[in-house]
Design a protein around this ligand. Structure first.
Ligand code: NAP
Length: 305
């Protein structure tokens, strides 16, 4: 919060300069579309870009913002560039494009889940243009992206974070600075291993319940209120037990994350039991053509009925 002095005597009024910040969103997929909606609602969003242009065009019309034809055009227009694309090379391609036109003093915030190495490469590319980079992966699913209640784990310069915090607060209810560049992605890797374990536990337990012929709606409701209750059970339990696996979070994307986790775990000598088991299961499902389904499609392997 900054203070603006007016000429009418000594009176000051609080002035938040970030209110004037223009934000642009790159990547309007399952997560990015909801994020863009909340940025628009908060008054920050002025431009969007999506690789498939029709998606950007239609969302831009809904949100009354500009649809840019390239990431370069978007970066030239805004002060804060927000990115949510699929994987490591996608982030680097977008960052290289953005770096061509970005204004010095801008901040680029990447909310994709990628490796901390990619985050450091992106930060170095942008540092040459006097622009800051924050790795800011999120958790909370498509539901969290739509509601603006994501948990955001951030690596990078603390001052850059404070500069854009009000913009990020339009998308996230929990924003935590984890340390230098890459620390956000390293924290997200912890989350992704945990998500794999939860997926294993929930799909196996619900398939066990279904095999007993239990009333699954009531099973999910009562267990959700106890010590084993969790987000995944509540949000994906009802759909998986009725045989629908629309994303949500694409299984192939979680596979990409767990490959990153596996490499990190090997490097630091940490356990890989859950990671390895889930990777093998996902690879079986991807080979069968289920990579674009939600991660709860793991239920397909657990449910023998
Ligand atoms: P998604 O629905 O598959 O959307 C991916 C988006 O990235 C699309 O807009 C796609 O454009 C764009 N994209 C991919 N490669 C690109 C490239 N090279 N250049 C420009 N744009 C590119 O995926 P999502 O679920 O939104 O996930 C996005 C990121 O958030 C991933 O890193 C994922 O791991 C992470 N994440 C997802 C969830 C979740 O629950 N879904 C939760 C937390 C974090 P097109 O439209 O042209 O394909």
């Amino acid at each position: 919060m900054h203070w603006q002095r007016f000429e009418n005597g000594t009176r000051c009024v609080p002035y938040n300069w970030s209110d004037n910040m223009k934000a642009g969103m790159i990547g309007l997929g399952a997560m990015g579309a909801g994020m863009a909606g909340n940025l628009a609602k908060a008054g920050y969003l002025t431009a969007v870009y999506n690789r498939t242009a029709a998606t950007a065009q239609s969302l831009a019309e809904d949100l009354n913002v500009t649809a840019c034809v390239t990431p370069q055009a978007l970066a030239a227009e805004v002060d804060v560039v927000l990115i949510c694309v699929s994987a490591d090379q996608d982030v680097l391609d977008v960052v290289n494009a953005v770096a061509a036109t970005i204004k010095p003093g801008s901040v680029v915030v990447d909310m994709s889940t990628v490796s901390s190495e990619t985050a450091r490469k992106a930060a170095a590319i942008l540092a040459e243009k006097q622009a800051a980079f924050l790795d800011a992966p999120v958790s909370g699913g498509v539901e969290g992206a739509n509601k603006g209640t994501l948990a955001m784990m951030i690596g990078g310069d603390a001052d850059a974070l404070e500069k854009v915090r009000p913009v990020l607060a339009a998308m996230a209810s929990r924003i935590m600075h984890m340390g230098p560049t890459g620390a956000g992605q390293n924290t997200k890797a912890v989350n992704q291993i945990m998500a794999a374990g939860i997926n294993q536990a929930v799909t196996e337990a619900l398939a066990f319940g279904q095999a007993q012929g239990l009333p699954m709606e009531q099973v999910i409701e009562v267990i959700s209120g106890g010590a084993a209750g969790n987000w995944f059970l509540q949000h994906r339990g009802p759909t998986m037990t009725s045989g629908t696996f629309a994303p949500g979070f694409k299984l192939a994307l979680h596979h990409k994350d767990l490959k990153i986790c596996q490499a990190m775990a090997r490097q630091i000598g940490a356990s890989t039991t859950t990671i390895n088991m889930t990777l093998a299961d996902y690879e079986q499902l991807m080979a069968a053509g289920f990579g674009d389904e939600d991660i709860s499609a793991l239920y397909r392997l657990k449910n023998k009925s």
